[in-house]
Design a protein around this ligand. Structure first.
Ligand code: SF4
Ligand code: SF4
Length: 370
């Protein structure tokens, strides 16, 4: 695996700045010869409809710069948002307009197709969007953000969106423990096998990510053939130990890419120059419940893991969280009410609440294990 990661200082989303940055890695990574004449699918992060300044989705101009590089290929752009239709979300995020301007087709990930994952650790088969499997090559074009469940989301986690809509909450139900879920995300990454991973960290998201955090200018664009290495460098830029991110640790331990910074060749800006201070990271899900018998798990869950809590002042009663919750742990009174007993701590509700009305609360022991 190519262990080079381009860590490029990019201060704005101006198309000229982005073209210059993409040119820096495109040739050296051999992408012209790999992708010429091919059907290429770009997979941005389109988790939910939000304007580019909110830093929820991959910035449309990053997608625009990638499409421009792919002249001579047939380019499509697609995702399966956690909330809303692909077209609506892409329109709000500015990506639909960029696709129309640059000549790419926006595709919906509605149709699931069963495919084998021969090297999967937790799955032997997996359902991916037909558009993903039809493409000759996939580019993961992620946003650098904090994530309540996985600490950080970037190139690897971005590909979870290759599973059509409703299948995603189901996977949370089947992969309740964070280590297992991370292993599953790495299975998805292996199966999709992106030819290039790009992480938009020009303006990242800190705090209550991946949807309701605050934008934070970091000023970097990252790219490489090894998405795990790209994630390791991106995580380090925001002050995280890469191996504290469950997807990076799992992938590295399985030999799926390299998460060890000592073995990654960083080209462009040095890590010490790019690293920013005081980025508000999150602890992510705790694996402290792993290996406990079921009765102890439910007894200690509140003590050892962060619990989603509804701010009744902010809740508008839209029922989005109730519809998404894989265990049906949420009912509606005037505001959403979460049954702690039924909640498996997947944090889908925190991720997708349009009002940011759900935050995570940790008790004393939970803080120790986070
Ligand atoms: S908590 Fe959020 S998602 Fe749930 S009903 Fe309230 S506003 Fe809607
Ligand atoms: S209440 Fe929220 S965190 Fe708990 S299972 Fe439902 S969606 Fe997941």
């Amino acid at each position: 695996m190519d262990n080079r990661v381009y860590l490029l200082r990019v201060d704005s989303y101006h198309p000229d700045a982005l073209d210059e940055a993409v040119n820096m890695f495109w040739g050296p990574l051999g992408l012209d010869s790999l992708l010429q004449g091919k059907q290429v699918l770009i997979k941005p992060n389109l988790v939910a409809g939000a304007s580019p300044d909110k830093a929820v989705c991959t910035h449309p101009e990053v997608i625009g710069a990638l499409i421009r590089q792919l002249q001579g290929s047939k380019v499509s752009v697609g995702d399966s948002p956690g909330l809303g239709s692909t077209e609506n979300v892409a329109a709000i995020a500015g990506i639909l307009e960029v696709c129309q301007r640059e000549g790419a087709t926006l595709v919906d990930f509605a149709n699931p197709v069963v495919t084998e994952t021969p090297d999967g650790a937790v799955c032997r088969i997996i359902q991916l969007a037909e558009a993903v499997l039809r493409a000759d090559a996939v580019i993961s074009a992620a946003k650098l953000k904090t994530h309540a469940l996985t600490r950080y989301t970037g190139a690897v986690k971005n590909l979870f969106g290759c599973m059509p809509g409703k299948l995603k909450p189901e996977m949370h139900l089947r992969m309740e423990e964070i280590d297992k879920f991370a292993s599953f995300l790495v299975d998805v990454y292996l199966t999709v096998s992106p030819v290039l991973s790009v992480v938009d960290g020009i303006v990242a998201m800190e705090g209550n990510g991946p949807r309701n955090g605050e934008p934070r200018k970091v000023g970097v664009l990252l790219a490489g053939r090894d998405g795990v290495a790209v994630d390791a460098v991106a995580a380090s830029v925001i002050g995280l130990d890469p191996f504290s991110v469950p997807t990076i640790l799992n992938a590295h331990q399985r030999g799926v890419g390299c998460g060890d910074l000592r073995s990654i060749e960083i080209i462009g800006t040095s890590l010490s120059e790019a690293r920013i201070r005081g980025f508000k990271t999150v602890p992510g899900s705790s694996s402290a419940l792993k290996n406990l018998p079921p009765f102890l798990k439910s007894l200690l869950r509140d003590q050892l893991t962060a619990k989603p809590v509804v701010n009744v002042q902010s809740c508008i009663g839209c029922t989005v969280c109730r519809e998404l919750c894989p265990t049906k742990a949420i009912t509606m009174d005037k505001a959403a009410v979460i049954s702690s007993h039924d909640c498996i701590r997947c944090y889908c509700c925190q991720e997708l609440c349009p009002e940011g009305a759900i935050t995570l609360a940790r008790r004393g022991l939970g803080r120790l294990f986070s």
